[in-house]
Ligand binder design. Structure first.
Ligand code: CP
Length: 334
């Protein structure tokens, strides 16, 4: 039964025990060795899909999405279904009691009675933190406004690991909306924890990286950054190009959005200036910033990121619940 399995998994040696019951609002909530363990866990899941198919039998995930999503919500849900669990939730708060004025805290206190883990996306920065404090089950931030998107970063790290065999000693260009891009903020902050990374921050003046993120780079002894506005002039230096969408929903003024939205378009001509093994990442959705012709270039890694997002969410959901993956051996770390 689920109760038996839960009791057994209290003593299971195959996951980082301190992750059990952990809410992940930012990746600062978990250690770098736990992140490495999650990467290893996701690789195991990918190679043993049938073996892990009943890991979360009897478990329930809630997806509370107050903001649109395709990849994040569907991959959180698919992850739980592929582990044998079930899913409840809403995609758009208008059909929930949120439309009657119910607070995030009351919603989480309620939903905690129904489920084992919650994934929440909300347009306001800090909403996931409020949710995690109100809930009695682990809460995973699926994106809070322009702040953080930790599980996207886990997908990004898995993609770098598979392309380069490492997540450090890289020159990483981030291009587009670096002001509101929560995936950019999460990724920079996390890469700063893994060692040497040179960041090339490519944006128009109006969409530069927030100071609190730059401070994080400055606080390391191993990472550095330059801020530039020219993609063609810097692409040749990059190991990784992380493109982002200019996010219409974060602008107060439509004229500003229209002026800035097509500042950077990655196409086959620009790819000819790039290293032969550069990896192009994008959290998706894209609008115009990567021409469709780039999709067939072997350096395009953005649909690999999508797959890795599901695998990393399988790894994380089962780890915070504390369910044992059959046959799994943890990563040996010093
Ligand atoms: N990458 C990402 O967050 O995509 P969705 O908005 O479709 O979830």
């Amino acid at each position: 039964s689920a109760a038996d399995r839960s009791a057994a998994s209290d003593h299971a040696p195959d996951y980082p025990s301190s992750l059990v019951g952990t809410s992940v609002v930012t990746l600062d909530d978990i250690s770098t060795s736990q992140i490495r363990e999650l990467l290893h866990r996701a690789q195991y899941i990918d190679a043993h899909r049938k073996t892990v198919a009943h890991t979360c039998d009897g478990r329930v995930l809630a997806t509370l999405f107050y903001e649109p999503s395709t990849r994040t919500r569907l991959s959180f849900e698919t992850a739980m279904l592929r582990l044998g669990g079930q899913v409840i939730g809403f995609a758009g708060a208008q059909l929930s009691s949120v439309s009657k004025g119910e607070s995030i805290a009351d919603t989480l206190k309620t939903v905690s009675n129904y489920v084992d883990v919650v994934a929440i996306r909300h347009p306001k920065e800090g909403a996931a933190l409020v949710a995690s404090r109100a809930a009695s089950v682990p809460v995973i931030n699926a994106g809070d406004g322009g702040h953080m998107h930790p599980t996207q970063t886990l997908a990004d790290l898995a993609t770098l690991q598979s392309r380069f065999g490492r997540v450090q000693d890289l020159t990483v260009g981030l291009c587009g909306d670096l002001t509101f891009g929560r995936t950019v903020h999460s990724l920079i902050e996390t890469l700063c924890r893994f060692g040497h990374v040179n960041f090339v921050l490519i944006s128009p003046d109006e969409l530069k990286t927030p100071q609190y993120v730059l401070d994080r780079i400055n606080a390391t002894e191993t990472c550095s950054y330059v801020e530039v506005s020219d993609l063609a002039g810097s692409i040749g230096d990059l190991d990784v190009l992380y493109m982002t969408r200019v996010q219409k929903e974060r602008f107060f003024n439509e004229d500003d959005y229209l002026r800035l939205r097509d500042t950077y378009i990655l196409d086959a001509d620009k790819m000819r200036l790039a290293k032969p093994d550069m990896a192009v990442l994008h959290p998706l959705p894209r609008v115009n910033e990567i021409a469709v012709e780039v999709d067939d270039d072997p350096r395009a890694a953005y649909f690999e990121q999508v797959k890795n997002g599901m695998l990393m969410r399988m790894a994380l959901e089962s780890a915070v619940i504390g369910d044992k993956l059959p046959g799994y051996e943890p990563l040996q770390q010093e």
